[in-house]
Design a protein around this ligand. Structure first.
Ligand SMILES: [Fe+2]
Length: 270
């Protein structure tokens, strides 16, 4: 799957509360939704939604009582009811989702980078979309104990150094980050690179990563070694999160394309 046009201006924006660095320091932020055209989607699939790093919560005026819901718990339904119809996509059509990790924010919104259970976010995407594939971020757990494998609906494919054939697409996924392997969602550099090589040798149509390659501009932060490996191997489309890029799309002469969906939503259509 190849992106043939990335539209830099957002087609929609949703307000949410972003965490601050202390009590009461949260603030209203907006998550943009972009559209990108791809050369092909599997038969019967009208769109694929890609997102990562939804590290925020709903605003008080949208709350239904209790603690504020995670942004990723409320966003799927709003995408289905407000954004997809504007692209001519009807509720009866199949829409998939790619999740590139980091969907947790502490309930009090007084700490950035909190770690917690994101099962409810994956469940919300499962309820709104036909199928999904994704990876964990470095801050995601799936209940207790923190090392527990996710328990998700059968149409949601959690990838952790493995791949899945979904709707005719070969999707590989490598979550977490490079770090001390005794911490959750970390692999040693050696393990991370070996797993990545094994995944790309199988020539997936799409590779989902949490951290990942840098882009073609210096502000597109990431791991140069990963970018070199992906270029050498002839990899095509990589969708990543973890580091925010103001310009979220990068392309290389080798055919490598990097779409960074940190703090944004990109709707892939033909
Ligand atoms: Fe992250």
């Amino acid at each position: 799957m190849k992106i043939i046009e990335f539209q830099t201006s957002a087609i929609a924006e949703f307000p949410f509360l972003n965490a601050g660095r202390g009590p009461g320091q949260f603030y209203e932020d907006r998550i943009p939704v972009h559209r990108a055209r791809v050369d092909r989607l599997p038969d019967g699939v009208a769109a694929i939604v890609a997102t990562a790093d939804l590290q925020g919560r709903e605003r008080f005026q949208e709350s239904v009582g209790g603690s504020l819901r995670l942004l990723g718990e409320v966003l799927p339904q709003r995408l289905v009811s407000e954004v997809l119809p504007s692209l001519g996509i009807r509720g009866s059509q199949q829409v998939g989702v790619f999740l590139a990790g980091d969907f947790y924010t502490v309930p009090a919104l007084d700490q950035r980078g909190g770690t917690g259970d994101v099962t409810s976010v994956w469940q919300a995407f499962a309820e709104s979309f036909t199928w999904g594939a994704g990876v964990a971020g470095n801050h995601d757990t799936f209940g207790d104990p923190p090392q527990r494998r996710p328990r998700l609906p059968s149409w949601m494919h959690y990838l952790d150094g493995d791949s899945v054939n979904v709707a005719g697409l070969r999707v590989a996924g490598l979550g977490g980050i490079i770090g001390r392997a005794n911490r959750i969602n970390r692999r040693s550099e050696e393990d991370y690179l070996a797993t990545l090589k094994r995944l790309i040798e199988a020539r997936p149509d799409v590779l989902l990563m949490h951290d990942g390659p840098d882009g073609s501009q210096t502000a597109q932060r990431g791991l140069p070694r990963i970018r070199e490996l992906l270029i050498e191997s002839g990899m095509g489309l990589v969708i990543r999160g973890h580091a925010h890029w103001d310009q979220p799309f990068a392309e290389f002469p080798s055919g490598l394309q990097v779409l960074n969906v940190d703090g944004r939503v990109v709707v892939l259509t033909t």
